[in-house]
Design a protein around this ligand. Structure first.
Ligand SMILES: [Zn+2]
Length: 182
């Protein structure tokens, strides 16, 4: 079965509604600085220009801290995965389940400080890169599922990750090698 990333229903216009709700502010007069204004060490994960405004800051779609941005966000995640780009540092995953079920990450992955507003499904995923980094990731959804995930890299790090109290599963997950930190 071919892998398809999905985070629930598509709502093509939700992002535009969101921009409206946060007050727009996309006029060219404001547009001197189009860099995403997240922490500097997150910026290597940025995708596209900082077209999204939240409070007084501008963000790329990946870091835009909105729970309601599924359409454009999904496309971005898919396109990153298709390019073998697994850097999601500081990414803000919206309010529908982020599904990486059975995905084969064949290079290092970086979900450090990422926020999953809803469920995260990594069941059956294979992490084959050198580093699998979930440090300080925040799993806020009802279900965080790493059932039967295989962590095959040299370093797997979940230190300081926050899991919701109920519904976190690592059943039959395999940690093959070297160092694993929780
Ligand atoms: Zn960004």
């Amino acid at each position: 079965m071919p892998f398809t990333y999905t985070s629930g229903e598509r709502k093509g216009d939700s992002v535009h509604q969101e921009i409206g709700r946060w007050g727009g502010g996309l006029e060219k007069s404001l547009g001197e600085n189009f860099d995403c204004q997240v922490k500097e060490n997150w910026r290597s994960a940025c995708c596209g220009s900082a077209d999204y405004q939240y409070e007084d800051k501008r963000y790329c779609i990946l870091h835009f801290p909105s729970e309601d941005k599924e359409g454009a966000f999904d496309k971005t995640v898919k396109s990153k995965l298709n390019q073998g780009d697994f850097n999601f540092q500081g990414a803000f995953f919206p309010r529908v389940t982020s599904c990486f079920r059975s995905y084969e990450f064949d290079d290092s992955v970086n979900f450090r400080e990422a926020t999953f507003c809803a469920g995260a499904d990594f069941s059956g995923a294979r992490f084959r890169g050198k580093r699998t980094d979930f440090r300080e990731a925040r799993f806020r959804g009802k279900r965080t599922d790493f059932t039967k995930a295989h962590f095959c890299g040299k370093l797997t790090d979940f230190s300081s990750a926050q899991f919701s109290v109920i519904g976190t599963y690592f059943t039959k997950a395999k940690f093959c090698e070297s160092i694993t930190d929780f």
